[in-house]
Design a protein around this ligand. Structure first.
Ligand code: JHZ
Length: 391
């Protein structure tokens, strides 16, 4: 049974950046989050229908950040050295940021967003334009046989039905094959108060504890966990069919012990988290309002899904933030979902800006290196992670 602990209010589709004419007809839903008593999963009380989010007009491009390009390159090189997989499938291949590290002849992909499926098909990777399900997994097995590596980055936590998802993986893995997936870590979200990891596309935020419960009831076992710094702290989970498991790395136990210590198996932890989220909202509005009263020009850096949650939950609009800058061509010239702040086409912070709220706080170091001129002239960055403050 799910017990609600957090209400982030009315929210729009986080990655649907809108045009002027769409401002009056936006879709909103209630973003409420609960704790599932039996599996210990943190999950939305109600799910947004996936085709509402993942379709032809999806805008998020993984390769817009050099950090992520390097992250997938490094993982691919290491995995090839250790396991040398002969067949690879990626679930949720986006713009091919991971795929590009693998051989076109033996690497397949699944992507529900038509614009990106087209793009990676054109690169030569056979890409199924569909949602990941048992039916699709069986179809791929008939076409190409079973897979030595099934990979998914920032994808599994996007899928409402986890049992179907994991059964589909279990059926397609080759003998001794490995399923590797990475998503934002619940432990890091709680530790850094980064409640903006929660939006329509993230119906679940995973703990290793919850994943172990759900994977094991689907014939799968976690054999290793890597903690990676990307996206504010993610876990990379290595999984095998339970019947194939030979040994389990010590990282599985240490992560689970750490999570027990944080109380991630206990609703009280999340009730306390919800109170901190409310405080964060108050602090951010106070800081932005005071700076505005002092006549400061404030912009936002990175038109992220995360900032859709923050702007709509805190009621931040263009009266506080003049505009947003983002390098993604598909987002430029549009408005932020719900809050309707214009997204400007510029690669650098303009010289008249005093402060920049970091919508992409997870890329703070990459952004601050790029914006050294702004930093050197005394420009300030604002974040709410882990506390509302200037950097
Ligand atoms: P970024 C998305 O979340 C959505 P978002 C998704 N649901 C998910 O799980 C995560 O990604 C992984 C821009 N940028 O990665 C590019 C600059 O403009 O934090 C992006 O639009 N200049 C799939 O949207 C945005 O910021 C820069 O120098 O919260 C970053 O978005 C850099 C580094 C980024 O993900």
């Amino acid at each position: 049974m799910k017990v609600q602990f957090l209400d982030l209010g009315k929210q729009p589709i986080a990655n649907r950046f809108i045009t002027d004419s769409e401002k009056d007809s936006e879709f909103f839903y209630n973003l409420t989050v609960g704790f599932d008593n039996s599996s210990k999963l943190i999950t939305h009380m109600d799910y947004v229908d996936p085709p509402m989010m993942f379709n032809e007009s999806y805008t998020y491009r993984g390769s817009m950040s050099n950090t992520m390009v390097q992250h997938f390159k490094q993982f691919s090189e290491n995995f090839k050295k250790s396991y040398n997989p002969k067949s690879v499938l990626e679930i949720g291949s986006n713009d091919g940021v991971f795929l590009k590290n693998w051989d076109v002849d033996t690497t397949y992909a699944v992507e529900p967003c038509g614009n990106f499926a087209k793009e990676t098909n054109e690169l030569g990777y056979v890409t199924y334009h569909d949602f990941w399900t048992r039916t699709l997994s069986e179809f791929i097995k008939n076409e190409h046989g079973s897979m030595d590596l099934i990979f998914a980055a920032n994808c599994i936590c996007h899928i409402p039905d986890l049992d179907n998802t994991f059964q589909a993986v279990e059926g397609l893995l080759s003998r001794n094959g490995m399923f590797v997936f990475e998503d934002p870590s619940l432990a890091q979200m709680i530790n850094t108060n980064s409640y903006d990891q929660i939006y329509d596309e993230h119906p679940h935020i995973f703990s290793v504890i919850a994943l172990q419960n759900i994977l094991s009831r689907n014939g799968l076992t976690i054999v290793k966990v890597d903690n990676t710094p990307v996206h504010g702290g993610s876990n990379r989970i290595y999984v095998q069919r339970t019947s194939d498991v030979v040994s389990i790395d010590a990282s599985v136990r240490s992560n689970i012990e750490f999570e027990h210590m944080l109380g991630l198996d206990n609703i009280e932890t999340f009730i306390a988290f919800a109170k901190k989220v409310e405080q964060s909202k108050k602090d951010l509005i106070t800081l932005l309002t005071r700076c505005k009263q002092l006549g400061k020009k404030i912009i936002s850096y990175g038109a992220t899904s995360k900032s859709t949650t923050v702007f709509n939950y805190c009621g931040i609009d263009s009266s506080l933030i003049d505009y947003v800058i983002d390098t993604t061509p598909e987002k430029q010239g549009k408005y932020t979902p719900g809050s309707h702040i214009p997204i400007i086409n510029t690669n650098k912070i303009n010289s008249d800006v005093d402060m920049a709220y970091l919508g992409a706080w997870n890329f703070a170091s990459e952004i601050m290196t790029k914006e050294s001129e702004y930093v050197n002239r005394g420009g300030k960055f604002i974040t709410h992670v882990p506390l509302v403050k200037f950097i």
